[in-house]
Design a protein around this ligand. Structure first.
Ligand code: N01
Length: 537
């Protein structure tokens, strides 16, 4: 279709969803169920979001596979069989593809379609989205399902472009894989992505140089194939297990104990830490309820892990540098397979850049400590402009033409992490201000998608054309979220939770830390009150 002025006409829909990861896929399924004409716009070449892009060696989810999966469809839950305790990226992507096939989702998804602008047309109360290629889409409702960790953070190292070999970002790993055999590889960063990839890269590369700005705590995964009997038992008890997970702060069915570390005798405390270390994974921090609230309690767990590192790493100086000095759990806890032991390999070297930052990237390697560390390839494991980056990279303009970037200049402000005052008819799945990254993403995504779908059904029943968070409701939520965050040690360090990894980003604790059960209760209460806190036309 072409308009008289040569510009192609916008395609019209009831709803536009941006992103075809787990959030966008389920959103499409729910909106179809409401009979809404929906299109999903996806920059990538296929479904999967995080798991489509993050193909770095060793990529794996550190929430157990039987929990990191959809629960909205009982038959889907029964027919898919996970093979490992922690699923690797290929298996999770295969699952996303299975879901896309099973619900015939692809026919409403436009792949290779990167949204550049989203503008609210006040007269019509409709959103108009435009891609870089000039395609235009209009709809009454717009759902941003962009992922919390999808906008890659690539630090602006001096001379970065001068490097003569290939460079890779873990979150944008080439689909065909990379052959690093026999190469000298530099890895910059020691977050979750690095901690998963370093052991694998070390086995492949001739030499691996790891540049560490902040040492990180990691708990062994003890990953293993799942026994058929275990899988059968989980499947038989899925409704009960899912319901129990929803009562946990993280939405993960973990063994949380309401006991104080400080009130527990030292030998018992140690036994419990040992038990958790042997069990492996994120449940380590669930053993005492004061670990993330009391520094002295936290130190008991931190000391335990530091002693483990000292016991694993042979070279005392390397062990000292690998031992984190900050609060355990303040940055996101990592889960690994052989990370610390990898530094015992003769081909692996650690360069501490905590006090003297990387100086530059040179044509033949990385410059630090006044010398060049030669490399044939560089892996940037430098993370993401988390939670707000993907939203702010789209030029989003709400009522009165106000830019989201300007509205969030001092940090993100949302009502429940679902909507933003001044941006009518727009929803964010697992947006800042919601539990999101502090929880198991799959159930949090499903809770948000269900809330949005139920809300749109209610708006349709009421004949509403415009719905917008009231600034007062948003202010109250932001204040509550910020007060809650200030109670936790998690808000006290330079993590991506507070935007500290991106130079110039406002320092605001972005996810809601009050726990999933309290959050769900609040969302349900808002809906039950006829969408309290919203102005509805
Ligand atoms: O990113 P990160 P990630 N010079 O931000 C360093 C999820 N995830 O991709 O800590 C030198 O954690 C930076 O140093 P510092 C999970 O939620 C999940 O690893 O800022 N170094 C840090 O070491 C995770 O938390 C899984 O001082 C620089 C690293 O780069 C989140 O994604 C697996 C630097 C970045 O670490 C992000 O993890 C993987 C600079 N200029 C990821 N800039 C699961 O298993 C940054 N760094 C589910």
């Amino acid at each position: 279709m072409a308009k008289g002025n040569g510009e192609s006409a916008a395609e019209e829909f009831d709803a536009i969803v941006v992103g075809a990861g787990f959030a966008g896929m389920y959103m499409l399924h729910r909106l179809r169920g409401l009979g809404m004409r929906t299109v999903v716009l996806e920059a990538g070449g296929d479904v999967g979001g995080t798991w489509y892009w993050n193909r770095y060696p060793g990529a794996r989810c550190d929430v157990e596979s039987v929990q990191y999966s959809y629960q909205f469809d009982a038959a889907l839950q029964q027919e898919w069989t996970w093979t490992e305790r922690y699923a690797g990226q290929p298996e999770i992507l295969a699952y996303a593809n299975h879901v896309a096939d099973r619900f015939d989702l692809r026919r409403d998804i436009r792949f290779g379609t990167r949204v550049a602008t989203a503008v609210f047309d006040e007269a019509e109360a409709r959103w108009e989205l435009e891609t870089g290629a000039g395609e235009r889409f209009r709809a009454r409702w717009c759902v941003m399902a962009l992922g919390c960790l999808s906008a890659a953070n690539l630090p602006d190292f001096e001379g970065r472009e001068s490097f003569e070999g290939p460079t890779y970002h873990t979150g944008r790993w080439p689909h065909g894989g990379v052959d690093l055999a026999g190469k000298r590889v530099a890895v910059i960063g020691t977050g979750s992505s690095a901690i998963q990839s370093i052991p694998v890269l070390a086995r492949e590369a001739r030499h691996l140089t790891v540049f560490q700005r902040t040492a990180n705590y990691s708990i062994p995964a003890h990953n293993r194939p799942l026994e058929p009997e275990f899988v059968a038992e989980v499947k038989a008890r899925y409704p009960e297990l899912r319901a129990r997970a929803r009562t946990m702060p993280s939405g993960i069915d973990l063994d949380y104990r309401p006991l104080s570390a400080l009130a527990t005798p030292e030998d018992e405390r140690r036994t419990e830490f040992e038990r958790r270390w042997a069990h492996g994974g994120l449940s380590f921090l669930g053993c005492f309820s004061d670990l993330l609230f009391e520094e002295d309690a936290n130190r008991t767990a931190a000391d335990f892990v530091r002693a483990k590192i000292a016991g694993i790493v042979d070279d005392p100086e390397t062990a000292r540098l690998l031992a984190p000095t900050n609060i355990i759990g303040c940055k996101r806890l990592c889960v690994d397979t052989g990370y610390y032991a990898t530094f015992n390999r003769p081909n692996v070297e650690l360069v501490d850049v905590s006090e003297r930052p990387i100086e530059a990237i040179a044509p033949g390697g990385v410059r630090a400590h006044g010398r060049e560390w030669p490399a044939d390839a560089i892996v940037f494991a430098t993370g993401f402009d988390a939670m707000t980056g993907a939203l702010e990279r789209i030029d989003i303009r709400g009522a009165g033409g106000r830019r989201l970037r300007d509205a969030w200049a001092e940090g993100p402000r949302t009502y429940l992490g679902l909507t933003v005052a001044g941006f009518p008819n727009l929803f964010t799945v697992t947006g800042p201000g919601s539990p999101s990254v502090l929880t198991n993403m799959l159930p949090s995504i499903e809770q948000h998608v269900d809330w949005i779908a139920d809300c749109l059904a209610a708006m349709r029943d009421r004949g509403a054309r415009r719905m917008e968070a009231e600034p007062e409701a948003q202010d109250a939520w932001v204040e509550h979220a910020s007060e809650t965050a200030s109670l936790s040690l998690r808000s006290t360090c330079s993590s991506w939770y507070i935007g500290a990894n991106v130079p110039g980003k406002p320092r605001v604790f972005m996810p809601y830390i009050g726990g999933l059960p309290a959050y769900i209760e609040k969302c349900d209460a808002v809906a039950a009150a006829g969408y309290g806190g919203f102005r509805i036309e």
